[in-house]
Design a protein around this ligand. Structure first.
Ligand SMILES: C[S@@+](CC[C@H](N)C(=O)[O-])C[C@H]1O[C@@H](n2cnc3c(N)ncnc32)[C@H](O)[C@@H]1O
Length: 271
């Protein structure tokens, strides 16, 4: 995620941070599978009513704002980067958000961390695009991931996905269809459509660079027969043919777009 990583402050010692904000970090999340709401509800207080998962939560701004707005909902933020977990946990502790828990884990772990039907909503804000074909399975909207989400979503539960990346969005539409999801919302300007949604760190920064946001919400529909990957896996395949007209280059695809522009310019010069 070149160029957009948060700069680490001087004297940032990861272990020390993780320890300082340990109250908001769950290091043994598997033990809570099937009883997250019960296990995280405040002693003597009202029971939390729903679990929402912010997968790839980054520094946790979106999850923290969501948790502040809905104190009776449990927000679980998962990220593979311990630094992000440390920042998000700091926010949860400093803002006094007892309904926000951070977990260092990977998207592929979800079916072990949650019981079937335990998750009301899975939120995917600006997931890392992994443009290359060989990395496609790492995308949080890859078919294999979507099949895992089906296992943990509650009846009527949904996946909400937002991205600045038109190629990732186009690829993801193929995956949601293959995984038997039904779209209940699809937008090429998610901020205009849902203006009251909290803004994530990446949405804020990419918006300043001219990004508009693609978004969708989808619920599991019937799944019949064999599920098979039939989509093009390289995100380059989903870019428009005429790259000279591309005014905004999606985050994480700068290298791919530059290479393709050079290639096409060379091919054009030969003809
Ligand atoms: C582009 S950032 C978006 C962060 C945040 N959602 C936002 O909108 O500001 C993507 C985040 O996903 C995390 N990530 C990437 N692959 C992941 C995976 N397989 N499982 C969990 N987190 C992942 C990265 O560490 C990073 O923090």
């Amino acid at each position: 995620m070149h160029g957009l990583h948060a700069r680490l402050p001087k004297n940032f010692v990861l272990e020390e941070r993780l320890e300082r904000y340990a109250d908001a970090i769950e290091l043994e999340p598997r033990r809570l599978a099937g009883r997250w709401l019960e296990g995280c509800s405040p002693v003597g207080g009202p029971r939390l009513r729903e679990l929402r998962l912010d997968l790839g939560c980054g520094k946790g701004g979106f999850a923290a704002e969501s948790a502040a707005r809905e104190p009776d909902v449990l927000f679980v933020g998962i990220d593979s980067e311990p630094i992000c977990v440390a920042y998000a946990a700091q926010k949860a502790v400093e803002d006094g958000l007892a309904n926000l828990v951070l977990v260092p884990a990977l998207g592929r772990d979800v079916a072990e961390l949650f019981a079937p039907g335990e998750v009301g909503r899975i939120i995917l804000n600006f997931p890392t695009p992994f443009p290359k074909k060989k990395e496609a399975a790492r995308r949080l909207t890859h078919l294999d991931q979507l099949l895992l989400y089906r296992q943990v979503l509650a009846p009527g539960g949904s996946v909400v996905f937002k991205t600045d990346s038109q190629p990732l969005f186009a690829f993801s539409l193929t995956q949601f269809e293959l995984a038997g999801f039904e779209l209940t919302w699809k937008s090429e300007d998610a901020r205009a459509d849902r203006p009251d949604d909290p803004v994530s760190w990446y949405e804020e920064r990419l918006g300043r660079q001219g990004a508009t946001v693609f978004g969708l919400e989808a619920t599991p529909g019937p799944l019949t027969g064999q599920v098979e990957q039939t989509a093009e896996l390289s995100l380059a395949e989903y870019l428009p043919e005429d790259l000279t007209q591309l005014s905004y280059v999606p985050h994480g695809m700068q290298g791919t777009v530059t290479n393709l522009r050079n290639l096409r310019a060379k091919q054009g010069a030969r003809h």
